[in-house]
Design a protein around this ligand. Structure first.
Ligand code: FUB
Length: 340
């Protein structure tokens, strides 16, 4: 199926649903929000969506973003600051096209912006840029992170101070081309009962610029301990990794892509395996669903995006935030971004 076939159908007479949250900014389109608390503020590292005039396809060519803007706020619901251009594709020496979902981390006085972009041969890798300020501007390293591939880096700092990067995305994110460890343009998403392709992870080096160990595939398993099968599109990993820790457990959350859920699994180690638990966020207006989860002043929040502001244009999204609640057993209440 193409994106156009699976996207929620809209016609000019159809009303969009009433959202539970408003866009954080409305003068630019923003997506893929990675939120962190730095210096007692929330900083949001989103993609910066633009109308590049490229027709929609399954490769995601219409997501042709060229820079990043960082947002910050002192309180959820308070004013949001757009800090302007933090990194431009022109200043990434190895970049070809498509700056997709970024993330950020802090270590020893330096902020790190991690970003996926296609190289000049049209292959996605993950780059890193540094700044002394969480809002940038950031200076890109001359080359991508050695051994990195695919998209959607999410960097998690564990309570012992170690940092881990989770990454990968199938279809346009090219992860299916890396299953043998080497890039293969013929690589396809598997079908049927074989295990689905898993997200990837690696611990970061102390200087935050390299992988400190070989990249590993993460297992998302069902309650019987079996890996989710490739045919299970309602639950299998597609893209948009995020990791957070709650009450000593590791929560790996992700998008199911063509079924449009944000789903999650829980594990006892940052390496998994993660046992599938359910849906955090139901499908939103627009094809993609992408999120982050952060605690701020004792409350947990879900950052996400949708395409209501652009009246359903899948590549013109807006970042939003809402509260996230845990049940007493540690599972997460499913969120519907729209009023019933
Ligand atoms: O924004 C471009 C891509 O769309 C992201 O990298 C994916 O996660 C999806 O949101």
């Amino acid at each position: 199926k193409t994106e156009a076939e699976t996207a929620p159908k809209k016609d000019s007479t159809e009303q969009f649903p009433k959202s539970i949250a408003e866009p954080l900014v409305t003068d630019i389109y923003t997506a893929d929000p990675s939120a962190h608390v730095f210096d007692n503020k929330i900083y949001i590292y989103p993609s910066h969506d633009i109308e590049a005039g490229i027709p929609e396809n399954d490769n995601g060519d219409h997501f042709d973003m060229r820079d990043y803007h960082i947002l910050s706020m002192d309180s959820v619901g308070g004013p949001v600051t757009d800090h302007g251009v933090a990194l431009d594709i022109k200043n990434i020496p190895w970049a070809g096209r498509q700056l997709w979902a970024p993330d950020a981390a802090f270590s020893k006085g330096t902020y790190y912006l991690y970003f996926p972009v296609k190289d000049k041969e049209d292959v996605f890798h993950i780059g890193v840029a540094t700044s002394k300020s969480p809002a940038g501007p950031f200076t890109a390293q001359p080359k991508p992170i050695a051994g990195s591939y695919s998209i959607d880096p999410a960097v998690f700092e564990d309570t012992d101070g170690k940092h881990y990067m989770y990454f990968g995305g199938i279809w346009g994110g090219q992860l299916q081309r890396w299953v043998t460890g080497k890039y293969d343009t013929l690589g396809k998403e598997p079908e049927g009962d074989v295990p689905a392709i898993g997200p990837r992870m690696a611990r970061l080096s102390k200087d935050m610029l390299k992988f400190d160990e070989p990249v590993k595939e993460i297992k998302i398993i069902d309650k019987d301990g079996k890996p989710l099968p490739a045919k299970d599109h309602d639950r299998r990993f597609f893209e948009a990794s995020w990791m957070h820790k709650y009450n000593g457990k590791y929560y790996f959350s992700y998008s199911t892509g063509d079924t449009h859920f944000i789903a999650y699994g829980i594990g006892d180690s940052p390496y998994g395996p993660f046992t599938y638990q359910g849906v955090i966020l139901k499908p939103v207006v627009g094809w993609t669903n992408h999120h982050s989860i952060v605690e701020y002043k004792g409350q947990w929040y879900l950052f996400f995006h949708d395409s209501i502001l652009s009246k359903g244009k899948t590549h013109l999204r807006s970042v939003k935030v809402t509260r996230l609640q845990y049940r007493p057993d540690g599972t997460i209440e499913t969120i519907n971004a729209y009023r019933e």
